[in-house]
Design a binder for this molecule. Structure first.
Ligand code: GLN
Length: 549
């Protein structure tokens, strides 16, 4: 038999999560929450199937697609992987993400190799085979107890239909005792009607039935707990016990979802149906969620954090930054209020820095690209440096903090980043420039410095006090860096590069010594933050505010 051919390993249970009625119901969070309930005891591998033809979201605008999430192995993936890693406590791998772009690439490779010699290559069986093979291979290679497969979009979307068909075939091949379908729908309470409505769910499930998939668990997203008679009705029309209809309650913090599902009896249904034993372990998690909820209502202290960037029109663009703030706030028993600051408005003088910063306790300048809005960011950074406002610069935020310092403290007037040259803006003194080898790269996809790298932390620095470790590992996604040629020049008057790459001349953390909290990093600490283990640099930022107020 062909060594590239995988069969069902006989062990792994498959859970397919689909969505219906409308998009934006939080399928990723729902899938991650199911995973969180199982992952206490079992090895759960999350898989995301996206219908688009990009290889990965790496070249998409965050306004279009939300944040690009970066994995330790360098994969650029859908932001749902942020939920998976945070809820399941796993380090995900690139090939847990499947896109139609990847599926078709594989088809073309196989066709050119001659794997289909003499045959007509067709959507069925060939496309569905590639998808199923992917699932079986992952189950085998990861030795997974559970493969938790989220199918993107809503059932009925053309671009996702081959994933749904592949799921149907998996049910057929490995038996329904090894598979489970969970369908997330919407239960609206229309204005003026004041009643939960089950019809959209019925129609969406009918759609799924037509495709040969019979969901055994329905999660109905609703602004309140589902009423018993609605559960009965959905059960009756959709062919399942009312107890298998779970309230997908709207919650303020996504971390509440596994707790809601637990209360609704989901773990018992999963255990019984898949014949697995996996009591959820939510103790510490529940405690932190309670703290978040308590601070929502009667906060011990409220801290206003400004997130300053150009993608503020879609908050999902900075999803992990927001989550990292939530994690740190739960540990410090604080409420965080986020103020979105569009740095283009500052740059164009539509808003003054003083107005934007009025009442702000801390400032984050997150990752970014290109020249738009950067002079606004630099102005803001100058303000927080001079006014001693706690600051965290991330990736572009660190590069621009270095530019600001070079210009306004070191007096290097022409300091800038060569990143703006692509937009025709000349740079006299390139204090931030291409990473080695990046200058002549023509291809844009997956060519940045990506993924996990070690950071060596200087003894005696604030970074060392924050991390309490000499060597850490964080995740990167950048094409430019602080120009090593200027490091000596810049590193005076209180600026210290306190984190560097191991064996390479890449500056990875900078800090100011004469400031209550001015930290910036070339990596994205938000990508490794979780409710149980908040990112140290975020904890440090909020702690600095807590001490000041
Ligand atoms: N644009 C910068 C670079 O490519 C920063 C990237 C980022 O913030 N993720 O280096």
């Amino acid at each position: 038999m062909n060594s590239n051919f995988y069969q069902y390993n006989g062990k792994t249970k498959f859970i397919f999560v689909t969505g219906g009625v409308i998009s934006g119901l939080g399928k990723g969070v729902a899938a991650a929450s199911i995973g969180a309930l199982l992952a206490g005891k079992l090895k759960v591998i999350p898989v995301k199937c996206d219908g688009y033809l990009n290889t990965d979201p790496g070249t998409m605008n965050p306004i279009e697609h939300g944040e690009v999430y970066v994995l330790d192995d360098g994969g650029e993936v859908d932001m749902d992987f942020g939920h998976y890693e945070r809820f399941l406590n796993v380090t995900a791998r690139s090939d847990w993400s499947l896109t139609m772009g990847r599926v078709f690439k594989r088809i073309w490779e196989k066709e050119r190799q001659g794997d289909y010699l003499g045959r007509t290559v067709q959507f069925i069986p060939h496309v569905t085979d590639i998808i199923k093979q992917h699932f079986y291979r992952l189950a085998e290679q990861e030795n997974a107890d559970v493969l938790l497969i989220e199918i993107g979009g809503t059932v009925g979307d053309l671009e996702n239909q081959f994933y749904v068909e592949a799921a149907r075939q998996v049910f057929h091949e490995i038996g329904s005792e090894n598979c489970l379908s969970v369908h997330l729908t919407y239960v609206p309470i229309p204005n003026g009607v004041h009643e939960q409505k089950s019809k959209p769910t019925q129609m969406s499930v009918r759609d799924l039935h037509e495709r040969g998939i019979y969901p055994e668990i329905i999660i109905g997203r609703c602004e309140e707990y589902l009423k018993p008679h609605i559960k009965e009705k959905i059960g009756l029309y959709c062919n399942l016990p009312a107890s298998h209809v779970i309230s997908g309650l709207d919650v303020k913090h996504v971390y509440e979802c596994p707790i809601v599902y637990d209360r609704e009896g989901l773990p018992e249904i999963l255990s019984k149906k898949l014949r697995i034993y996996a009591p959820p372990r939510l103790g510490e998690w529940s405690h932190l969620v309670d703290t978040l909820k308590r601070n929502e209502v009667s906060p011990r202290k409220t801290i206003t954090v400004a997130i300053c960037g150009k993608y503020t029109a879609l908050e999902d663009s900075y999803a992990s930054v927001v989550e990292a703030l939530n994690h740190a706030s739960a540990h410090l028993d604080l409420k965080v209020c986020i103020r979105w600051v569009d740095t283009e408005k500052i740059e164009n003088d539509a808003v003054t820095v003083e107005t934007a910063m009025n009442g702000v306790d801390a400032v984050i300048v997150p990752g970014g690209f290109g020249s738009r809005g950067i002079e606004g960011k630099i102005e803001l950074i100058r303000y927080v440096r001079e006014k001693q406002i706690p600051f965290l610069g991330i990736c572009y935020g660190m590069q621009l903090a270095v530019v600001e310092f070079a210009r306004n403290v070191r007096g290097i007037k022409g300091a800038g980043t060569t990143e703006v040259e692509a937009d025709g803006i000349p740079v006299e003194v390139p204090v931030v420039t291409y990473l080695p080898g990046q200058e002549n790269l023509k291809e844009k996809g997956a060519t940045m410095r990506l993924g996990g790298h070690d950071v060596l932390i200087l003894e005696g620095s604030r970074a060392r006090a924050i991390y309490q470790e000499a060597r850490i590992r964080e995740r990167f996604r950048h094409r430019y860096e602080v120009n090593p040629k200027y490091v000596k020049d810049i590193e005076q008057d209180g600026l210290v590069f306190s984190g560097k790459a191991a064996g390479e001349d890449i500056m990875q953390i900078m800090e100011l010594t004469n400031h209550p909290y001015f930290m910036a990093c070339q990596f994205h600490p938000e990508l490794k933050s979780s409710l149980l283990n908040p990112a140290p640099l975020f904890l440090g930022l909020l702690r600095a505010c807590d001490e000041r107020l």
